[in-house]
Ligand binder design. Structure first.
Ligand code: ADE
Ligand code: ZN
Length: 331
């Protein structure tokens, strides 16, 4: 059976990173935003990155076209359609409100627009999901606290908060207060750590931010004590294999630490991060890992089960999804 039909959850997905070049141009025309790219092909040709920062520069430039709630609905709808076609049955979407608010887009328009598309997918019986508001770590903890305050009446519609953008030089510990506040508000917490940054950032995310999951975390493998800690607590790690290769965090997929992480009995999941930019959606990431890392069928099914168990879905929903995975394995 094709891995595209294996039911799975996606836990590390930046919705702005799902904007294909065609949609960038469509929204640019609709909103009359001049673009610094000649055409779709010119934009796609720029999808060659040396590191995280070179990607982020293009990612923030392209998202300039997002202006209205309808734009955010259209963006999420396009992602959800593709993801459904690759077996995604539950998704926890990251969004980056700071650059949108900078352009004068109210945070309510962002949240409400994304929620419209998620509600449609849920009503159609395709998938469940929710939103994780991410703070840009390179803009510091004071701005993060302001964004959380600005989310105001929409906080109750979120499932959690996260921490993303340029990692090196911006350790997670600085965000302790805003994470404590988020937890008081009933939100779950995650943070990017150990993508390009050192294992000490993963320790800080665990010990200072007390996160429920680590996003990426691949550099944890450099620190045996940290590996033991992650194994003991079965802390979920949302690993993004194609992203790591495209951003140069790993030199080739055949040497991606995912296989060692599985061998160490860590609670790993596979995710697509910014699939429009990195050459594949979730099913593509699973297929590439099987091909290049030689994962066996048990490991693939474990990854799908982990994705469900590491999600913030209610227990009843997890049970349904785990039963769907079991049914898939028996077909
Ligand atoms: N924002 C979007 N994608 C990201 C990534 N891979 N790491 C950090 N911040 C991001
Ligand atoms: Zn990410």
């Amino acid at each position: 059976m094709s891995l595209m039909s294996l039911p799975k959850a996606e836990l590390h997905l930046h919705i702005e990173g799902t904007m294909e070049p065609e949609l960038v141009f469509e929204l640019g025309a609709r909103n009359r935003i001049p673009l610094p790219f000649a055409d779709v092909e010119d934009l796609r040709r720029r999808y060659v990155f040396d590191n995280l920062q070179s990607f982020l520069d293009l990612y923030y430039a392209a998202m300039d076209v997002l202006r209205t709630a309808e734009d955010f609905s259209d963006l999420a709808r396009a992602y959800l359609d593709r993801a459904y076609g690759q077996g995604v049955r539950h998704v926890e979407l990251f969004f980056d409100p700071q650059p949108h608010v900078d352009r004068g887009v109210p945070i309510e328009a962002v949240v409400d627009g994304l929620l419209v598309a998620l509600a449609e997918a849920e009503q159609a019986g395709r998938m469940t999901g929710g939103l994780i508001l991410c703070f840009l770590r390179d803009r510091g903890p004071d701005e993060a606290a302001s964004v959380l305050r600005a989310a105001g009446s929409r906080v109750g519609s979120l499932i959690g908060v996260g921490l993303d953008s340029a990692e090196v030089g911006y350790p997670p510990g600085a965000f302790a207060e805003v994470y404590a506040r988020a937890r008081d508000l009933g939100l779950r917490t995650v943070a990017h750590a150990g993508e390009e940054g050192p294992p000490s950032y993963v320790w800080e995310a665990l010990d200072v931010l007390e996160v429920d999951r680590i996003d990426h975390g691949i550099r944890s493998m450099e620190d045996p004590e940290l590996v033991a800690r992650l194994r003991r607590d079965q802390t979920p790690l949302t690993v993004c294999p194609l992203s790591n290769v495209r951003l140069g965090a790993v030199d080739e997929l055949a040497r991606h630490p995912l296989a060692r992480m599985l061998a160490e009995n860590l609670m790993v999941t596979v995710n697509s991060d910014d699939p429009a930019y990195f050459g594949g959606y979730l099913g593509d990431n699973y297929e590439a890992c099987v091909r290049e890392l030689g994962l066996d069928p048990h490991q693939v099914i474990l990854l799908a089960q982990n994705s469900v168990n590491a999600s913030f879905a209610p227990d009843e929903r997890k049970a349904v999804l785990l039963a769907e995975i079991a049914a898939w394995t028996h077909d």
